[in-house]
Design a protein. Structure first.
Length: 198
């Protein structure tokens, strides 16, 4: 597998042990095979869970969650990644591990991950079936408001859960920061060491 073909010492998982690392981005989508993507996702999620007793607060953001923790894993590695995601979603908060899942296909994300969500920021959905799924799984999101999601315009979203005093449809304004188009310089989150040694 390509992910093991490097001569470099260390691993992306070393960043999980370094308290100086403020942000660690693991781009599984850039890996060429589903097996490699699942292996890396499983390694990162199991690494987070293995460090749970350290109680260091961490926010794990899983974009395209239907690929990392699908409703019906198709192979053993994806099933392991899904098990870790379910465990973190259900028990991670008491250890300071928080999970943010993002997907345009909520029905394809494992039910036990979705059902543990305390908050919802719901943008436009393309199907009424997705709306019904969200309304059924997340009781704090009023079905009438969830049903509006199929007609949301750009920047509109339903916000519900503990992050708001009451469910509301909101419109986000134009972005304040300049929109870039390239990769973020990897050095921005590097630890700022004050000692003279490198």
């Amino acid at each position: 597998m390509k992910i093991w073909a490097r001569q470099d010492a260390g691993s992306v998982l070393d960043g999980l042990d370094d308290p100086g690392v403020r942000c660690l981005v693991v781009d599984t989508g850039s890996l060429p095979t589903r097996e490699e993507q699942a292996l890396v996702a499983e390694s990162v999620l199991s690494g987070l869970w293995a460090r749970r007793r350290e109680r260091r607060p961490v926010l794990a953001v899983v974009d395209e969650a239907h690929n990392v923790c699908p409703a019906a894993p198709e192979d053993a590695l994806t099933a392991l990644a899904t098990e870790h995601a379910v465990r973190i979603a259900g028990e991670g908060r008491k250890f300071g591990i928080y999970l943010l899942v993002a997907s345009q296909r909520p029905q394809k994300v494992h039910e036990n991950v979705i059902s543990q969500c305390d908050n919802l920021v719901l943008m436009r959905l393309n199907s009424a079936a997705d709306s019904a799924f969200i309304a059924e799984r997340l009781g704090f999101a009023p079905p009438g408001l969830v049903g509006l999601a199929t007609d949301f315009r750009l920047g509109e979203a339903l916000v519900a859960g503990k992050i708001t005093s009451h469910p509301a449809v909101m419109r986000f304004g134009a972005r304040v920061a300049h929109e870039g188009g390239g990769d973020v310089d990897a050095g921005w989150a590097a630890s700022r060491r004050t000692s003279g040694s490198v």
